[in-house]
Design a protein around this ligand. Structure first.
Ligand code: MN
Length: 208
């Protein structure tokens, strides 16, 4: 787990995303779990879990589903810094991942395995989510060895719901941080950059 791929893909003079500090973990602290809804070239949900001082990450095109019979494709992507867990705003056009980022869910994850790093390397992670939107038991499983293709699925418990009666991506589309929609985030933020590099500033809302 390292941030070198994350850093290589980005120009921090051009994007307001955090650069990230040295990985470090306080063993007594809860492990961060977040999902960012990301309107890039294609809308997807970035699923991130704190492990070994970084956020291990997957891009889930269709987003999570509470139905245990539905498996969602989860493409493994580069590790992100822990500070990314609070990022909501705009990645400038032309930059890697350019588009609107919404903090869609946030909370804690509790690995089932006593050694979650080994379970992750094995490609088989079972865990409990304590998010605002996603709760209960979940699983991330790698389809093939040395492949980036994983599946995200809900396990049966009292938080499971059949997809034909409830789709959480439709029922709860907005930001867990600000309640804003993707459109409102795109309206309310603009990215500016100058000598000191990129920063995201909030525009005064013109809405009454
Ligand atoms: Mn993304």
């Amino acid at each position: 787990m390292s941030l070198s791929r994350y850093h290589k893909k980005r120009n921090f003079k051009q994007t307001p995303e955090p650069k990230g500090n040295k990985p470090r973990r306080d063993a007594s602290k809860k492990r961060l779990y977040i999902i960012q809804k990301h309107a890039a070239s294609h809308l997807h949900y970035d699923f991130r879990l704190e492990l070994a001082g970084v956020l291990i990450s997957w891009a889930v095109p269709k987003g999570p589903c509470l139905d245990p019979t539905v498996k969602r494709l989860a493409m493994h992507v580069e590790d992100h810094p822990l500070e990314y867990g609070s990022f909501e705003g705009i990645i400038p056009k032309g930059q890697y991942g350019g588009g609107t980022v919404m903090l869609w869910d946030k909370g804690e994850w509790i690995p089932e395995d006593a050694n979650p790093e080994a379970a992750y390397r094995k490609g088989d992670l079972t865990f409990t989510l304590k998010g605002k939107k996603l709760k209960g038991k979940w699983k991330l499983i790698r389809i093939n060895r040395d492949d980036k293709t994983w599946l995200l699925m809900k396990l049966k418990d009292r938080y499971a719901k059949p997809l034909d009666t409830f789709d959480i991506t439709i029922a709860e589309p907005n930001s867990v941080k600000t309640k804003a929609s993707l459109e409102e985030i795109a309206e309310n933020y603009k990215s500016v950059w100058g000598k000191k590099g990129a920063e995201t500033v909030k525009k005064k809302s013109t809405k009454k």
